[in-house]
Design a protein around this ligand. Structure first.
Ligand code: GP9
Length: 424
């Protein structure tokens, strides 16, 4: 790194000073249910296909006591779904070498479940696949998840694709939720909308029309629609059990579903969207924070990533800290839209409030691509240099902290201290 440039970035990365704390504590003491939704991209929100609404339940939720982040991006690496979990719960970038749950297996963490446990929460995770997949069974304990209900613990009464159906997972989770000590943090990882998005006839509820019938877009949208329906029913079950009012329900997409590198998917999406299907749309996933009966409705369009999840949720739950302990920003109190990308695109790529910069795979900055995310017009590459350097620095610094198991130091002295040490 150019030391002077890196030093200039310290206040940007390490700053904790926020003039006003919008939304601080609006969910204080509430239960927290987080649904990490498999392959759910943002383009499905508020959209129709052949006259049918794709996500009626999510759309309804967005318009009712929810904060909807419509420029939220996935940042996963080799660990796909598990990296989305890791980034969201920790506020650190995923390993650039292997999946994070393996790379950082023996580490000490300061994660969302750990922070909540310190405030008296009980913690639990639900997933319809085998416990050992992505090494979850070994790492959850260190992530602060006290109880993990996986395929082995559920009754295998309805299997779709690679595991228990989302519907069955939600239904069977009710008995655990009712018993769980309050306040609780329950983390759900859905599965049915997993690639290649195939379901039996009985689950296919959308008629996408002749043009798209039996294509990968059809299959994908069917599973998205299925998940949307299950989430709607899950919310009804929470209401019936009296668990709804005191629970914040958060939903976000874990990573892309339709790969732009796949020729068929790209062609279909370009056709469906009416514009080229590119990285900025492929990486965009929804984030919805639903706070029942709060009347707090907001749409936030600051460029943000999964790395920002942890501090954003802490702010909503009214949990404060004097020092900055991760790379995320509280999205209710920042205009600094910045999303660093790695692994799925060359390191140094980023998205900010106006543009996306995709670093060239040959490592030559001048060969990179950048465009305005709203107008799609090309952007001068020189205007991307600072973001490029920041993206490199953040990812590298994050990896340095994780690889050297430095969270105990971060907890004591803050991330700013380590940035200075790292640059020296
Ligand atoms: C596996 C499931 C899917 O348990 O979470 O993971 P993915 O293949 O999408 O990374």
């Amino acid at each position: 790194f150019d030391i002077a440039r890196a030093e200039a970035l310290i206040p940007v990365i390490a700053d904790v000073e926020v003039p006003t704390k919008q939304g601080f504590g609006i969910g204080k003491g509430k239960n927290l249910i987080v649904i990490q939704a498999e392959s759910i991209q943002n383009f499905v929100i508020n959209r129709e296909i052949n006259g049918q609404v794709i996500t009626p339940n999510l759309n309804k939720l967005i318009n009712d006591s929810s904060i909807y982040f419509d420029r939220y991006y996935e940042q996963v690496g080799w660990g796909n779904t598990s990296d989305a979990e890791f980034i969201s719960n920790n506020g650190y970038y995923p390993s650039t070498k292997i999946f994070s749950y393996k790379a950082y297996e023996g580490n000490e963490f300061y994660s969302l479940p750990i922070a909540l446990k310190e405030k008296g929460y009980s913690t639990m995770a639900f997933h319809g696949n085998e416990a050992g997949f992505w090494n979850r069974n070994n790492i959850y304990e260190y992530q602060g998840i006290d109880r993990f209900i996986s395929l082995e613990d559920f009754e295998a009464d309805e299997l779709i694709g690679i595991g228990l159906s989302d519907g069955s997972m939600f239904r069977q989770s009710m008995k655990f939720l009712k018993e769980q000590r309050k306040p609780f943090y329950s983390f759900f990882i859905t599965l049915t909308s997993h690639h290649p998005f195939l379901m039996e006839e009985e689950y296919l509820k959308l008629n996408v029309g002749e043009q798209y019938k039996d294509t990968i877009l059809d299959n994908y949208l069917q599973t998205v629609h299925y998940l949307d329906l299950q989430i709607g029913m899950f919310i009804e079950m929470l209401k019936e059990e009296g668990l709804y009012e005191d629970t914040i329900i958060v939903i976000y997409g874990d990573h892309q579903g339709l790969n732009m590198q796949n020729e068929e998917a790209n062609q279909l999406m370009t056709d469906y969207l009416g514009e080229a299907y590119e990285e900025d749309e492929m990486f965009r996933v929804p984030l919805i924070v639903h706070m029942p009966n709060s009347g707090f409705e907001k749409r936030i369009s600051v460029a943000a990533g999964q790395i920002d999840f942890f501090p954003t949720i802490l702010n909503i739950l009214g949990i404060d800290s004097d020092i900055r302990m991760n790379f995320g920003k509280d999205l209710l109190n920042t205009e600094d839209g910045f999303v660093a990308k790695q692994v799925k695109v060359t390191r140094g790529s980023f998205i900010d409030n106006e543009k996306i910069f995709v670093m060239s795979s040959d490592g030559i900055f001048e060969n990179s691509r950048a465009w305005n995310i709203y107008t799609k017009e090309p952007v001068d590459l020189e205007s991307c240099r600072e973001g490029y350097e920041r993206a490199l620095l953040e990812v590298e610094l994050s990896e340095y902290i994780m690889q050297n198991n430095l969270i105990p130091v971060v907890k004591e002295k803050g991330i700013g201290y380590l940035i200075e040490e790292f640059i020296e």
